[in-house]
Design a protein around this ligand. Structure first.
Ligand code: FES
Length: 125
């Protein structure tokens, strides 16, 4: 029997629960997922670091050192960088990209409707 792709929508938070810089970790279909408000943009990522599977969404969110001239240290991307709590790898929450490796965070689509943040889940049945 062929598998079919289904799409589900889960209410994960109200916008009041997720002010700027806030996060909420939820459990959906036996997956731990972190939902973040990154400078006004809602982002959902699998709570699993692609390095050695740490609960990456429990790491601190901050910025990082931007490309700059030798001897200069310019801070940038404040509120967009998630640091893995185990080994400190840095991930761009908006893109999922690791700043020092090709591995990426797994993103889920998110939408906001009537003050509620929804995660869109696509899966095979
Ligand atoms: S497990 Fe995340 S950086 Fe190592």
């Amino acid at each position: 029997m062929p598998k079919t792709t289904t799409e589900q929508r889960f209410a994960v938070a109200s916008v009041e629960e997720l002010p700027l810089g806030a996060r909420k970790i939820v459990e959906i279909n036996n997956r731990s997922i972190g939902v973040f408000n990154v400078n006004g943009q809602y982002v959902a990522v699998l709570n699993l670091c692609p390095h050695e599977l740490a609960p990456v969404c429990k790491g601190r969110v901050s910025g990082t050192t931007a490309v700059s001239m030798p001897g200069q240290y310019n801070w940038g991307q404040e509120g967009e960088i998630l640091y893995c709590p185990w080994h400190g790898w840095e991930f761009n929450l908006l893109t999922g990209d690791c700043l020092t490796d090709k591995r990426r965070l797994f993103h889920y689509p998110v939408e906001v409707e009537d003050g509620t943040v929804y995660l869109l889940w696509k899966g095979k049945t």
